[in-house]
Design a binder for this molecule. Structure first.
Ligand code: SAM
Length: 285
């Protein structure tokens, strides 16, 4: 039975193992049972699921996941936490513990080894210093996934789900929305963590599409255009694209494509929808 999920239980484990929090690893452990239940119920974890938990900490959420899922694989960078995880997860025979940096793990091989290559679910309270590389790595490397349910900084969750015209709209919003349907399911105050972070957090569920919502001949090329347009936010879209040497685009070609789409030459990238970026990519290729 799960024994963790309160400040007292977490403090007891930390004292027992003489563990010191490492700020550089973004260690803010969840100590709120309601929030743990909320994350796991939002992920709709069942015995059919193999779950990857990134950064299990002392294994608090892992205990709850182990009770619901068929299989749980955890990847934790801090070797000081491994003996703790062996202790707190000792009674669960469906949990595998890997001591590694998630950014260096071959996730295709992991899915093959633990779930025969079938799609897995990712559930995690992410280390905030590497949230974007983790999410982009999962999406762009096309790891077989059903869904990603993660705790992230509130501001980052907002960026993932906004549309054109907002100051938060950017390359992350477009990448997430190309691969998945995002939905914020909870806003989480600092009191739910030990130690307390300085910012609010959100739980966001990304449900992966079987087919992307827009069709584009070369998605990689579209994302290069998107990055170039948001690299120079204050510039017009055509300046942003023409100034990116690697794209080798002439002004005539860019303005011609914009005209064909019925868009002004002075339009900024931040007002274009995903569909419009897809169309622009097909015209400029
Ligand atoms: N899941 C735990 C919880 O909710 O209580 C801990 C979450 S804490 C925000 C983030 C965890 O990710 C820490 O345990 C930290 O050591 C781990 N971590 C940080 N960087 C990592 C990386 N590159 N690869 C794997 N784990 C990492």
């Amino acid at each position: 039975m799960a024994t963790l999920g309160t400040p007292t239980a977490t403090a007891a484990v930390i004292n027992k193992h003489n563990f010191s929090f490492r700020k550089k690893f973004g260690q803010n452990f969840l100590v709120d049972m309601n929030m743990l239940e909320k994350i796991i119920s939002s992920a709709e974890v069942t015995k059919e699921d193999c779950v990857l938990e990134i950064g299990p900490g002392i294994g608090t959420m892992t205990q709850y996941l182990a009770e619901r899922a068929g299989k749980v694989v955890v990847v934790e960078i801090d070797s000081d936490l491994i003996p703790i995880l062996n202790d707190t997860l000792g009674e669960y025979d469906n949990v595998s513990i890997i001591n590694a940096d998630i950014l260096k793990v071959d996730l295709h091989a992991l899915v093959e080894e633990y779930n025969g290559g079938r799609p897995i679910k990712v559930v995690a309270n992410l280390p905030y210093y590497i949230t974007t590389p983790i999410i982009m790595g999962l999406l762009e490397k096309k790891v077989p996934l059903k869904s990603i349910t993660i705790m992230v900084q509130k501001e980052v969750a907002d960026r993932m789900q906004v549309g054109p015209g907002s100051k938060d709209y950017g390359a992350l919003s477009l990448a997430v929305q190309y691969y998945a349907k995002p939905e914020v399911v909870a806003v989480v105050p600092p009191e739910c963590f030990m130690p307390r972070p300085k910012v609010d957090s959100s739980v966001i569920c990304l449900s992966l599409y079987e087919e992307p919502p827009v069709s584009v001949k070369d998605p990689e090329y579209m994302f290069r255009l998107i990055r170039a347009s948001f690299n120079q936010r204050r510039k017009t879209l055509s300046n942003g694209l023409c100034n990116d040497g690697a794209l080798s685009l002439t002004r005539e070609k860019v303005t011609g494509a914009l005209r064909e789409m019925g868009l002004s030459e002075t339009i900024r990238g931040e007002v274009l929808t995903l569909e419009q970026f897809a169309r622009l990519a097909d015209l400029l290729m």
